[in-house]
Design a protein around this ligand. Structure first.
Ligand code: UT7
Length: 325
């Protein structure tokens, strides 16, 4: 029996011009390039220019993905933007991107699952496509985390960066087997009991300010490998595929030690793991599509490759997407 699958037709990304190195941060904070690199794997990150907003980054990434897909924006009928750093409290950043790219039909909305946002947005778009409600979807992950960082807090400000990535999904009839192209399985999780371990201490309804990111890094780290490995297992089980079959592992880029730990637990060889955090830092919802874009540009993605994406973020939220390129 045939199945409708969400096939990835194109990927694109955008990074702001300004690069901020560990050494620059060390000049004004009690930290060092060696501490940051040893504990996280990060060397530098990109920072949005004054006046450059999340939607500006998202628009550039979306346009690039559309060009690569060879798809006209008027043929897109769903746009989901994953972001925790919207331009405005409302309307959604998604509608600003929608307007800028010239998409006139369907619907655009934001998804807020912080660092897991891209995985949540992909799962949502896939469900719209598989139920026949959408034919072509743009899934964007865009963030300007530099705007919600406390630049005096060395425990958090060294970790994050700005950027955006996007993919174009298209409904295609496939055979209904594991050899199909497109999204094969998704699993999403959240658990609000862990809110206080990673959050922003402001918002329109609480403080009427934007607030700053607060994190108990050690505790988040402690949960990360276990929770992410669990949801990957569930996703593989749902698809009937095994970890050995993964051709490319494209994880959320939070910490090199977390990525390595998960890859080791899964038995995925280091050369199959895409790592961008050395030059991007943690770009929250943008990190997976930025990493996918890097893999694409480095010719590491071939048609038929099995790609595993995963993330965990504030909430906690966590999830995984398994797709065949
Ligand atoms: O994407 C969202 C999910 N987020 C994550 O997955 C982040 C998960 N957590 C982490 O990646 C790590 O916990 C961090 C990189 C944030 C921290 O690494 P850690 O090895 O867990 O360090 P720690 O927090 O246990 O701190 C160790 C020491 C502390 O000093 P004392 O108390 O031992 O004297 C910190 O004050 O390192 C100190 N420290 C720093 N030192 C130099 C914390 N930040 C810095 C810094 N430079 N930037």
């Amino acid at each position: 029996m045939t199945s409708i699958r969400s096939v990835i037709r194109g990927v694109g990304a955008y990074l702001p011009e300004r690069i901020l190195t560990n050494d620059e941060i060390s000049q004004r904070l009690d930290t060092s390039d060696s501490w940051i690199q040893e504990r996280t794997g990060i060397k530098s990150r990109h920072i949005a220019a004054e006046g450059e907003m999340t939607s500006d980054l998202g628009i550039k990434a979306a346009k690039s993905a559309l060009v690569r897909a060879g798809i006209d924006p008027v043929d897109i009928d769903l746009l989901i933007c994953a972001t925790a750093t919207p331009d405005r409290t409302f309307p959604s950043t998604a509608v600003r991107i929608q307007h800028a790219i010239g998409m006139t039909k369907g619907a655009a909305f934001d998804v807020q699952a912080v660092c897991s946002g891209f995985v949540f947005a992909m799962a949502t778009a896939d469900n719209f496509i598989r139920t026949g409600q959408s034919k072509r979807a743009l899934v964007v992950g865009a963030e300007t985390f530099s705007r919600i960082l406390d630049w005096e807090d060395r425990g958090t400000c060294v970790l994050f960066g700005d950027g955006a990535g996007a993919v174009v999904l298209e409904a295609q009839n496939q055979q209904g087997t594991n050899d199909d192209r497109g999204v094969l399985a998704t699993r999403l999780r959240s658990d609000g009991r862990f809110e206080d371990l990673l959050y922003v201490d402001g918002g329109p309804s609480s403080t009427q300010t934007t607030g700053y990111l607060r994190m108990n890094g050690r505790e988040v780290f402690r949960h990360a490998i276990q929770k992410i490995s669990g949801v990957i297992e569930e996703t593989l089980l749902a698809s009937g595929l095994a970890a050995e079959e993964i051709d490319l592992f494209v994880p959320h880029q939070a910490n090199a030690r977390i990525l390595d730990g998960i890859a080791k637990k899964l038995g995925v060889a280091p050369e199959k793991v895409i790592k961008t955090l050395d030059r991007h830092g943690n770009t929250s919802a943008a990190s997976i599509p930025l990493a996918l874009n890097q893999a694409f540009e480095a010719h590491k993605l071939s048609e038929g490759d099995l790609v595993l994406m995963e993330a965990m973020g504030g909430g906690f939220t966590w999830g995984a997407v398994l797709a065949r390129w």
